[in-house]
Ligand binder design. Structure first.
Ligand SMILES: N[C@@H](CCC(=O)N[C@@H](CS)C(=O)NCC(=O)O)C(=O)O
Length: 215
């Protein structure tokens, strides 16, 4: 498998964790999103949205959108499962994942930050305020959904990691790296983050362990 990746990409980190949990070691091709590698013609053919991740599995067409990739991997490589068995349980796990991937993450991607800078001339501190606001809004929502729900266990849903944990871990990693956020106000999310980071699959795929991460 070939994974197009950027060290700091939250969406790609989700996929790196899933691959590691499933025991798959992808060949990484790194793109520098800040330099604009994602806009190169050869990459646009693979991913017309010009974002990472893109996953190539064998000779099939490229796979895009991290949540779609996570579900694809879970269907093709079912062990260990990343979704629970029951319909209601799956709905909860997907809802937790979507709070991060669909409602928080889109506000903090490089193209949005660049648009705020170039189109609206927002300075660095104002852009950081924007980032911190949307990252914290996502964390607060996760905490609210996790804290008093008896289905929350060592991980977001029971005692094994699901796609919700992949999203939570990548989200909190970004919040920490981008804005130095602390999670004292979000004890359940913080506890689950610690459980995730105790697993090799989460730790060894961390952004700072990537070959393109700054030394
Ligand atoms: N919803 C997409 C988001 C993909 C995305 O926006 N990725 C970011 C990195 S985390 C990116 O490539 N951004 C490039 C840009 O904004 O120019 C997914 O989950 O795969």
């Amino acid at each position: 498998m070939q994974l197009f990746s950027y060290w700091r990409s939250q969406a790609t980190y989700r996929v790196r964790i899933a691959l590691a949990l499933k025991g798959i070691e992808p060949e990484l091709t790194t793109l520098d999103l800040l330099k604009g590698d994602q806009f190169a013609d050869h990459y646009r053919v693979l991913n017309p949205e010009m974002v990472v991740p893109t996953l190539i599995d064998g000779s099939g067409p490229p796979l895009t959108q991290s949540l779609a990739i996570l579900e694809y991997l879970d269907e093709q490589y079912p062990e260990p499962p990343l979704l629970p068995a029951g319909a209601r349980d799956r709905a909860r796990v997907r809802a937790l994942a979507q709070v991060v991937a669909m409602d928080a993450h889109p506000f903090v991607v490089p193209r949005v930050r660049k648009y705020l800078e170039h189109e609206f001339k927002l300075d660095e501190p104002t852009r950081m305020k924007w980032l911190a606001h949307w990252l914290e809004t996502g964390t607060r929502a996760l905490e609210g959904m996790l804290a008093h729900d008896p289905r929350t266990g060592r991980f977001c849903h029971g005692d094994r990691p699901t796609i919700a944990d992949l999203c939570l871990a990548a989200h909190l990693t970004s919040a920490k790296m981008l804005c130095g956020a602390g999670f004292e106000a979000y004890p359940t999310a913080a506890r689950i983050f610690t459980s995730c980071m105790q697993l090799d699959a989460f730790a060894k795929t961390h952004p700072l362990k990537q070959p393109d991460a700054p030394k």
